[in-house]
Design a protein around this ligand. Structure first.
Ligand code: SF4
Length: 756
């Protein structure tokens, strides 16, 4: 069972501007399909609004600073409409369908059933989920947690949608229980970025904000499909182009945002169909070739500085950095031939990118998963910082590193304590302020949790939002791991695969959505989120909840905590009555959250202080540190290809809205693999031929996907791409980066041949 295909699979390369009328039509079709022609527009008027609006549950692009009335995008409207559906999944639905039967449905069909309305418990005798009261559900989970021999036999997963207050309570519960097993979705997305920035600058986040984007002279956009995954960035790109800034897109694929766009809230452009360029240079590096390109750009700048000292900001380097000489020697020693081979670009292209960088007084380098989901993700992000340091692009307006986070509060989760490797200072403060004895031993991340579940060492898995069964790598193995648990608990808004891949006991706990009013004793509550640029602001629901049985995430966490820790002195229930109380405690524990309740209510909220932005570096040398990593060899072995997984335009993480991918010209198809035409010809594969894709893991094991359709696409030789979560089955659990422990979602070694 799945979305009604609108016809046969089709492929027609897309040449229209991004956003514009295409987005408007797509939104209208979506609102009609979801029966949200009234609710949709009402919500749109409230979305991303600082005065009592709710924060889009989509990506983490910051809210506009110019008070735009319609600060939204096509995909943001889909995310909100999907949550606001009038469809419901209640006890009647679960009585009508066994888990076994539902397991045969597509992921689209599962989520399309609508909003969960009441807590459900799995009944192994009938293979059905049956209703359970909140009290009994908490007691069931509490009993299982109390029965563990050791708190490390439990793991508490977070998907990036969880608000800051719930996040803080969630980590407090886990640590009061006695574990740091706090895997989260950033273990699979930007872990490398955080570790690299921490090592280079002493902070795990970018240092720029939207004002910097509005003033910079050059933007380097690496490994991100902007028009689908951070669509409001299109506004910043068109504005940059209009003011003469240079925009360089670096990606194996030339995505829609690397051409032109029409910004929907620019009514004149919409009326005239006038589109604006969003790129001045596109560089199609090979999969994993970003680091070599950065090294080449740095080498070019250093070579130029021999004749033009202004090519470097030597004063900045001398005053604020460490390790420059070693880095200069490394660049000098790295042969151009090797750089060209590894990045897959010619010298001329590299030099052109370097010239854009040299000619710009202020530059921003922005990146996403195309950079971080590799073996050498940490080294590549550190190479980004190296390049920025050469010209002092740090700590001044219009300049610096700007990672783009893909989930609305994934950065806030880490800031508010979801970290399996917590800092000692944080634990000291938590202990002092909250009166608990937090464990000091590091816990498990996502890969570690799956491995421990398989070994029977983790027996209770709690998923706070998300769809772990689909988001994680090595799908069949992850499913086996989840099924080996004594108990799995999923806190969710909609039915999904993770409810069907469950432990011996299983609970589905339905929570409020971001658009819904959260009534507590203290009145309607607001939650806060942190965007990619460290701005923290409030989000307040505007709709009546989908069911009177729903609880907020803080209330669910308090219920689980009280059941698991009956003697806890933590005032769980008191916190839930009024989230200002949670924020007052967070203000005492978290760095940069002083006076939290007042500052978060300021227009647009507040920016968490970033020491590196003030040229204060919490590194061993108390300076920004150059790194000197050797270039990795990313050139595929003969006969193999480097495959990167990615999202389509009509999906959000693991949520699939349709089988279409408008900007890549795909209709009615997800089981596909994009390949270079010459690579296809060499293998005797034609467009839409069925192929078998086989990956080989570090441990030599292989995994295959059969009968996917091959699609010729403009990308470098030796590269291939396909959609997650379908292709997560190709990524072995052992294939994670030694630098970041991240699964290698963007660098899978595969062979592709005709099916059969
Ligand atoms: S850009 Fe991201 S946060 Fe903004 S409306 Fe779109 S999906 Fe939502």
């Amino acid at each position: 069972m799945g979305p009604t295909p609108e016809g046969e699979p089709r492929y027609q390369p897309y040449h229209h501007p991004a956003a514009g009328w295409g987005a408007a039509k797509s939104v209208t079709r979506f609102l009609v399909r979801e029966g949200a022609l009234v609710d949709g527009p009402r919500a749109i008027m409230k979305m991303n609004h600082e005065d009592g609006g709710f924060d889009c549950p989509g990506c983490a692009w910051p809210d506009d600073t110019k008070g735009l009335h319609l600060d939204i995008c096509e995909n943001g409207i889909k995310h909100v409409t999907w949550e606001m559906t009038r469809k419901r999944v209640g006890r009647e639905f679960f009585a009508a369908h066994t888990v076994g039967e539902l397991s045969g449905w597509t992921d689209f069909a599962l989520e399309d059933q609508g909003r969960l309305t009441e807590p459900m418990a799995y009944d192994p005798d009938t293979d059905h989920y049956v209703p359970i009261s909140w009290r009994d559900a908490f007691e069931l989970a509490g009993r299982a947690l109390r029965a563990l021999d050791h708190p490390d036999q439990a793991a508490f997963y977070t998907s990036g949608r969880l608000g800051n207050e719930a996040t803080f309570l969630y980590q407090l519960m886990a640590r009061e229980l006695g574990t740091n097993n706090l895997p989260d979705c950033s273990n699979m997305c930007h872990e490398a970025s955080g570790r690299a920035l921490q090592a280079s600058l002493g902070t795990g986040k970018g240092t720029v904000d939207l004002k910097d984007w509005e003033t910079t002279d050059a933007l380097f956009i690496m490994g991100v499909n902007v028009a689908s995954n951070a669509p409001r960035m299109l506004t910043a790109l068109t504005e940059a182009y209009k003011r003469g800034a240079r925009i360089v897109h670096i990606n194996p694929l030339v995505e829609a945002a690397a051409r032109r766009a029409i910004i929907p809230h620019d009514f004149r452009d919409m009326a005239t169909g006038h589109s604006t360029r969003t790129s001045t240079l596109n560089l199609q590096v090979r999969v994993g070739g970003d680091m070599a390109l950065l090294r080449g750009m740095a080498k070019a700048v250093l070579e130029r500085s021999a004749t033009d000292p202004k090519a470097l900001d030597q004063e900045f380097i001398d005053r604020h950095t460490a390790g420059f000489e070693d880095y200069r020697k490394l660049c000098e020693a790295t042969p151009w031939e090797e750089i060209e081979r590894q990045c897959g670009l010619g010298r001329a292209d590299i030099l052109e990118a370097a010239r854009v960088y040299e000619d710009a007084d202020r530059s921003i380098v922005s990146w996403c998963l195309g950079v971080s989901q590799h073996e050498h993700g940490v080294d590549t992000v550190r190479e980004i910082v190296n390049l920025l340091l050469l010209r002092g692009n740090l700590g001044r307006e219009g300049a610096g590193p700007s990672p783009v986070r893909g989930h609305s509060n994934v950065q806030g989760n880490r800031t508010c304590g979801i970290d399996h490797r917590p800092a000692e200072e944080f634990l000291d403060r938590l202990a002092r302020v909250c009166g608990i004895t937090p464990p000091r031993e590091h816990g498990l991340d996502t890969v570690g949790t799956i491995a421990a579940m398989r070994r029977g060492e983790v027996k209770v898995f709690v998923g706070m939002g998300g769809n772990f069964a689909l988001a994680a790598p090595d799908t069949p193995l992850t499913h086996e791991a989840l099924r080996s648990c004594d108990l799995t608990v999923q806190v969710s808004t909609k039915l999904n695969r993770s409810h069907l891949v469950h432990g011996r006991q299983a609970l589905i706990l339905p929570c409020l959505g971001r658009t819904e009013k959260d009534h507590q004793r203290g009145g309607i509550q607001s939650t806060s989120v942190e965007d990619s640029m460290s701005m923290v602001h409030l989000s307040v629901g505007m709709k009546r909840p989908a069911s009177r049985h729903l609880l907020s995430e803080p209330a669910i966490i308090a219920g689980l905590a009280r059941a698991a820790l009956p003697d806890s002195r933590t005032p769980w229930e008191w916190y839930v009555e009024d989230y200002d109380r949670v924020r007052d405690t967070m203000a005492q524990v978290l760095d940069g959250f002083e006076d939290f309740n007042r500052r978060v209510r300021l227009p647009l909220g507040f920016r968490i202080r970033q020491p590196a932005r003030e040229l204060v570096f919490r590194t061993p040398s108390e300076r920004a540190e150059f790194s000197t990593a050797p270039l990795p060899d990313v050139v595929p072995a003969p006969g193999t290809l480097a495959l990167g997984t990615m999202r389509s335009h009509d999906q959000w993480n693991t949520t699939i809205y349709s089988d279409n991918d408008r900007y890549r010209g795909i209709r009615n198809l997800r089981t596909l693999v994009f390949m270079n035409e010459d690579d296809m010809r060499e293998r005797g594969i034609a467009e839409f031929d069925p192929v078998d894709i086989t990956s080989t893991a570090k441990d030599g094991t292989t995994r295959s996907l059969k009968g996917f359709l091959a699609v010729p696409y403009d990308m470098p030789r030796g590269c291939a791409a396909g959609y997650m979560p379908e292709m997560n089955a190709l990524i072995a659990l052992c294939d994670y980066s030694a630098q970041s422990d991240q699964p290698l979602m963007k660098h899978v070694r595969v062979t592709i041949g005709a099916a059969g």
